[in-house]
Every structure is written in C-alpha cells, then in structure tokens.
Design a protein around this ligand. Sequence first.
Ligand SMILES: NC(=O)c1ccc[n+]([C@@H]2O[C@H](COP(=O)([O-])OP(=O)(O)OC[C@H]3O[C@@H](n4cnc5c(N)ncnc54)[C@H](OP(=O)(O)O)[C@@H]3O)[C@@H](O)[C@H]2O)c1
Length: 237
Amino acid sequence: MSAPTRLLIHGASGRMGQALLRLCEDNPACAVVAAVTQRSPAQRVVDGVPFFAASELAAVPAFDVAIDFSLPAGFDALLELCRKRGVALVSGTTGLDEAQRLALAAAATRIPLVWASNFSLGVAVLAELVERAAAALPGWDVDVVEAHHAQKKDAPSGTALTLGEGAASHGAKVAYASLRAGDIVGEHTVQFTGLGERLELVHRAGSRDIFARGALHAALRLVGRPPAAYRIRDLLD
Ligand SMILES: NC(=O)c1ccc[n+]([C@@H]2O[C@H](COP(=O)([O-])OP(=O)(O)OC[C@H]3O[C@@H](n4cnc5c(N)ncnc54)[C@H](OP(=O)(O)O)[C@@H]3O)[C@@H](O)[C@H]2O)c1
C-alpha cells in the first residue's frame, strides 16, 4: 500500500475544517500532518493531529497538499507557503479580492491548484450537463432558480452565477431567481424551456459535508499533477 497523502488543513477549527478532520480520520489514504487555526490552539495535539497557529505557518512539517477553508485574511500566507515549498493547494475560501485572484493565477504556473466556490462533486457534474444542454438547445429560455437558508445574504448564489455563465458561454440568455427560506443548505435548478417542452436539471445539497468530501477528493487527485489551475471537473475520475 502506498504512503498516505500528507495534508495541511488550513482553517481547521472552522465548520469546514472540522468536517475535513472527521473525514480524514476514517480515510487511510490521507494523514493530517498540520491543522492550522488563526488563534493559538488550546491543545497542541488533538486525536494525534498537530495544531499550529497561523503565525507559526512557516514552521509546519512537510506536507503534500494544503486544503484551505478559512478567511481571505489568512489566504496570502498559505498561498506563499505552498508556492515556496512547491506543493499543491485546494482552496474553497470565498471573498478573495482581485489581487488574491491574480496571485492565485500566478501561482498556478508553479504549483497544481484548485479554487472553487462550490466543492460539491454533484454540482461539478451539473455544470457539465448545463453546458451540454445549452449547446444542444440554442434559443431555449434558460432560468437558474436557487434556494438557500434565510441567513444567506448574497443572491443569486455564486454557484447559480457559475451555472448561468456556463449556459451563457453557449449563447443562452440566462435569468435568475432566488429564494431565501428556513435552513435550506442549497438547491439549484437550471430550467431549459422550449416550445411545448421543458428540461430541468436539479441539484440538492443535504449537508455541508459534501463540500469537505469534494475538497478531499480533489486534494487526493491533485498531488503529483503538473502546475496548473484545475477545475473540480478535471479531477472527477
Ligand atoms: N467552496 C466551498 O464549497 C465552500 C463551502 C463552505 C464554506 N466555504 C468557505 O470556506 C470558508 C470557511 O467556512 P467555515 O464555515 O468553515 O468558516 P468558520 O467556521 O468561520 O471557520 C473559519 C476558519 O478559518 C480560520 N481563520 C480565520 N482567519 C484566519 C487567518 N487569518 N489565518 C488562518 N486561519 C484563519 C479560523 O480559525 P480560528 O477558529 O482560530 O478563528 C477557522 O478555523 C469561508 O470562506 C466559506 O465561505 C466554501
């Protein structure tokens, strides 16, 4: 059996970081060698995983790939570490500014990386299906309808916009509708309407764990690839 992939989890005390630590515990293909949080960790080792404060990032042991679900304020230091050490990066941190996006694109000439606003594998496949349908159904009306929990502020969701852009890249004019209600984790419907017929492609997220699972899936497939900015759909097989 080959050695497990060594992971650094950045944002390890957060909701996504905790989900990743849980998933890695049950997966012999990976070993978390560093868990990084913004604040100084209360305990140095938790369940065999060494914890580090963000200020100690330069001192973390060797790792094969970093998985980052943190905040934009911590992103630059992690990107620089991955670039310097020549290791892969998977990031789902949202709210990056223009300079950070440019730095990410520049780093992709040196290391393999993937950044995505939605790490669900189902949504990655949905995006492919939407593009295929838009190419095959020119002139049809395309509507993206999304529903999320009542606390979500932005609308349409970043995922809805990405799906719509995929259809628009094949010439479709896309309209959006957003619902905010209760505790809905996330639902996206892309509806193609022609004369006398309608096609609906639907994805429903039941748990936030799907994003952690998708990020881990991407991380394990990114290691050893040539430097580039990959999409999740490039890493599905
Ligand atoms: N792409 C996707 O599929 C997807 C899905 C879900 C969430 N997200 C994004 O993932 C990120 C995290 O979400 P979450 O719900 O897990 O957030 P959260 O529960 O608020 O956790 C944030 C984590 O980031 C750490 N952190 C904050 N500032 C930092 C810094 N300057 N340097 C290093 N670490 C820092 C925090 O450490 P402390 O606890 O020490 O403060 C904590 O571990 C957000 O950007 C969110 O939008 C993306």
